[in-house]
Write a protein that binds this ligand. Structure first.
Ligand code: 5AD
Ligand code: SF4
Length: 464
């Protein structure tokens, strides 16, 4: 006898885009009558939404599947599904063959077929199958109300030679402006104050329904126009986007970033500071062009915090070329870098054309050089916040904790500690994690915090 409702357990790896896709999948399964469970043992369906960007990410998927083997032995009816970037890039299913126990294997854009496939495997779990045509039409089932990620585009046309995304997620497809704005207005109606627009090259956005832009929208560039439209939704007071491509950072977009809702932060991937490496990566800009974008950004937004992505040890990268990246990191005055060791991906142009010839030890050494540089520079950069007031959206609260040592203290003191307000955490408009003493009622509110101490990864302060 089945226990109803049927349950699914969903594991998500990778970027915000994957997390947002998982939220759509949650909606799909909810509509189908499934409930979510944290327990793999009681699930009828286990789904992994995979990341494929580096080999280490794919290895983690294999690690998970290995753990499911005893579950499948105990319950042969258990459905195991793999989706996301891995099936997307594995069109000839060569990787799937190594997995063994997988029942469903589909790229993200086929998730709308999930109800039909479940019905075929376990008809008793599904009452009716209503298929949506386009998975992007599904409204994500979000866990938080105050903040939301909104995909405006899927896929990518850039074909950077190291990257699987154009294969795993297909070519760039932009969502209609109407769908994006309806989603954001709907979120705002339900208390959302912060929106992050998502796309692989988010600022190349072109609205398929451009006639719907407001008559008085002052910009020409579609992405700038979109930023302006979101700025008109008055409840949305914190807006940002990830990840833009340097090639599309027009003056219009930089100007739209000075509109009131925009956060004081940009994540702008550079990948390398050497022109020859950038050319082999097919990034379509030189380091001078990247620096020119940074200059234009800083001219308009002087205190802008900057994040980037860097790949170290790309095919043929010499020490001299790596040093150019080090120099660019300093020149651009980067706050945070998500640095990755180059990972050779089958199917990409780099895999076919170049040798992955920088040793792993050398990649690791270069990774540590950038990491060190970042740690020193970010501490210095964060010092400027001391004495300043920053605006924070409170995301979580930590109650005061009684540690083992405190148990030795008199009960009265323990009681006093327990009655402390605890600590609140959230991001400033520069996307700096900020901590301050406060009660749990502050979660979800936007508060002003005077910074008293600045560390590498955290600003500390007190409520103004
Ligand atoms: N190896 C290492 N890093 C990669 N990235 C993408 N593909 C690879 C790869 N093959 C990194 C890039 C990109 C980020 C999302 O992942 O820096 O910006
Ligand atoms: Fe990959 Fe380049 Fe597209 Fe980014 S822009 S998703 S790195 S191909």
């Amino acid at each position: 006898m089945e226990v109803y409702p049927p349950k699914y357990h969903l594991i998500t790896f990778g970027c915000q885009m994957n997390k947002n896709d998982s939220e759509r999948m949650a909606t799909l399964l909810k509509n189908l009558g499934f409930a979510s469970t944290d327990s793999k043992e009681e699930a009828d369906l286990i789904l992994i939404n995979t990341c494929s960007v580096r080999q280490s990410a794919e290895d983690r998927v294999f690690g998970q599947i290995h753990l499911f083997k005893p579950l499948k032995r105990a319950n042969s009816k258990l459905i195991i599904g793999i989706t996301g970037c891995l099936p997307g890039r594995d069109r000839d299913q060569a990787i799937k063959k190594k997995m063994g126990i997988v029942d469903l294997y589909f790229p993200t854009d086929q998730m709308s077929q999930l109800p039909r496939w479940i019905a075929e495997l376990r008809p008793e779990l599904v009452n009716s199958v209503d298929l949506v045509e386009d998975y992007m039409k599904l409204v994500p089932d979000r866990k938080t109300t105050r903040q939301a990620f909104v995909s405006i585009q899927t896929g990518c046309n850039k074909f950077c030679t190291y990257c699987v995304v154009p294969f795993s997620r297909g070519l760039e497809k932009n969502r209609p402006l109407k769908d994006i704005l309806d989603e954001i207005k709907g979120l705002a109606d339900h208390g959302c104050v912060e929106v992050t627009l998502l796309g692989q090259t988010v600022n190349s956005y072109r609205a398929p329904d451009a006639e719907l832009f407001s008559q008085n929208n002052p910009y020409t560039d579609h992405f700038a126009k979109l930023l302006w439209e979101v700025n008109q939704v008055k409840e949305i007071s914190r807006l940002h986007f990830t990840a833009p491509h340097p090639l599309h950072m027009t003056d219009d977009i930089i100007d739209a970033m000075t509109l009131p809702a925009h956060l004081n932060f940009i994540h702008l991937p550079v990948q390398s500071g050497d022109d020859e490496v950038l050319r082999r990566m097919n990034r379509r800009y030189t380091s001078a062009q990247f620096m020119e974008v940074i200059k234009r950004l800083k001219a308009k937004i002087p205190n802008l915090a900057i994040g980037t992505d860097i790949i170290v040890g790309f095919c043929g990268e010499t020490e001299e070329q790596f040093q150019k990246t080090v120099q660019l990191f300093k020149d651009a005055d980067i706050d945070i870098s998500y640095t990755a060791k180059y990972s050779d991906r089958s199917g990409t142009a780099a895999h076919r054309a170049f040798a992955d010839d920088v040793s792993n030890e050398e990649k690791k050494r270069r990774w540590e050089v950038i990491q060190q540089l970042m740690e020193v520079s970010v501490v210095k950069k964060n010092q400027r916040f001391v004495g300043e007031v920053v605006s924070v959206l409170v995301e979580r609260h930590e109650a005061p904790r009684i540690t083992d040592e405190m148990l030795m203290m008199p009960e009265k003191i323990q009681e006093t500690i327990k009655n402390q307000p605890g600590l609140c955490y959230g991001n400033s408009r520069e996307m700096k994690l900020t901590r301050f003493p406060g009660t749990k009622e502050l979660v979800g509110q936007i508060v002003n915090i005077k910074i008293t101490r600045a560390d590498m990864w955290i600003l500390e302060g007190e409520l103004v």
